[in-house]
Design a protein around this ligand. Structure first.
Ligand code: ADP
Ligand code: ADP
Length: 229
């Protein structure tokens, strides 16, 4: 099975008081092979978050289908959700907890039995072990971002999706985050990230799809894509 297999996925947001109706995904087909670092590149408003939020179960699709590691998000929701970790864009965090507590709480949400938790191992992998008992509000911006990644890993998902992992961070921190993402990939996690920085897709990804106005306009290896730009 592919890590992600999306077929003719469509999303229309209904009009609300805040926004007009919007056809955000217009029949997207996409396959993300296992073991890849896959970049979904596109400008603001292209439909990247909508796609991720559908995979995460946070937004309902209008039509089409999506599978995660072979599990249909609609009919095998529990298995599909267990197969992905999502790193959200914004840093919304429980600032009065410590990193250790934050991971334990997250593991609780996912129903990971105490005996199977890998809290210290995950903190170590993200370079946070020496901060395990600090308060989250005392962490630097980079550490908070790494803690967000750590939280997405508590249930040991084979697929990790990062939504604009380095939006609004300086170049030094961006490079640091890239190092951690590459290391997770090296250890066997399939990585999907959205970005509007070509440079980021270029630095990290082996395959890049371009989404524009709710449609995939290119999907190829990094080398093939860059040779055309
Ligand atoms: P991206 O993540 O690529 O910036 P989004 O998926 O957030 O794009 O948005 C795609 C389009 O859908 C945009 O035009 C956005 O304004 C619109 N949109 C997103 N969420 C909603 C919503 N809840 N209601 C109406 N329109 C929305
Ligand atoms: P339900 O299906 O009953 O909503 P969930 O397991 O989806 O139960 O969520 C239970 C609680 O855990 C919710 O309050 C939700 O906010 C939180 N939760 C679940 N998954 C996550 C996650 N990935 N990140 C943060 N909070 C989560």
């Amino acid at each position: 099975d592919a890590a992600i297999e999306i077929k003719n996925l469509q999303k229309t947001y209904k009009a609300s008081r805040k926004a007009a109706a919007k056809n955000a995904l217009k029949g997207v087909d996409l396959v993300v092979p296992r073991g890849s670092i896959f970049g979904l590149l596109g400008p603001n408003g292209a439909g990247k978050s909508t796609m991720i939020n559908i995979l995460a179960g946070l937004v309902n699709k209008s039509s089409g289908s999506a599978k995660i590691c072979g599990y249909d998000i609609e009919t095998q929701t529990r298995q599909a959700r267990a197969s992905i970790g999502i790193v959200p864009q914004e840093i919304t965090m429980d600032v009065f907890f410590t990193p250790y507590q934050a991971l334990e709480i997250q593991a609780g949400y996912y129903g990971v039995p105490k005996s199977q938790r890998r809290t210290e191992e995950i903190l170590e992998a993200l370079g946070l072990l020496d901060k395990r008992d600090a308060y989250v509000r005392q962490l630097s911006g980079g550490m908070k971002r790494r803690l967000l990644i750590a939280k997405a890993l508590v249930h040991n998902p084979p697929v990790l999706i990062l939504d604009e992992p380095t939006a609004g961070v300086d170049i030094e921190l961006r490079r640091q985050l890239w190092t951690y993402v590459k290391e997770l990939h090296r250890r066997g996690t399939t990585i999907i990230l959205t970005t509007h920085y070509l440079e980021e897709a270029e630095a990290l990804c082996d395959q890049i799809a371009i989404i524009h106005n709710g449609e995939i306009t290119a999907n190829e290896s990094k080398t093939a894509l860059l040779s055309r730009l």
